[in-house]
Design a protein around this ligand. Sequence first.
Ligand code: FES
Ligand code: FES
Length: 154
Amino acid sequence: MILSVNGSRYEVQAGTRTLVEVLRDDLNLVGTKEGCGVGMCGACTVLVDGKPLSGCLVLAEQVAGKEILTIEGLSQDESLHPVQQAFLEQGAFQCAYCTPGFVLTTIALLNEKPSPSDEEIREYLAGNLCRCGSYQNILQAVKSASATGVKHHT
Ligand code: FES
Ligand code: FES
């Protein structure tokens, strides 16, 4: 089967493995993290056709033919994506295990709703957990990214 990831197409033998397993083990895209493995933490979030999806909950073969975006697909050349830049500037992480999932979910949010309220941000990011408790800084980072008004390409 063919997986389309970050603008490239890959031939993979996925069998019954999940998307996060195939991304990490076959494509070496280890920016996508596996935490709980059961859809509760958001660490494995990737964008599939622009929508956040938990990579531990879907088989890779279920997303064949769709456009998958992982954290590795965001920065262009040497420059970070504006949402990554905002997370960096706001210190929105400690161990950073949750960060790829938060960044991708934030991009989807800002594409849908460029100027979300605090409540809307909290609601949209409710499926992403941060064990280090960086929620306040994450909120600031999302607001800062929103305020830049940059078109958040995916
Ligand atoms: S590892 Fe997929 S939601 Fe936690
Ligand atoms: S920064 Fe450690 S889990 Fe979020």
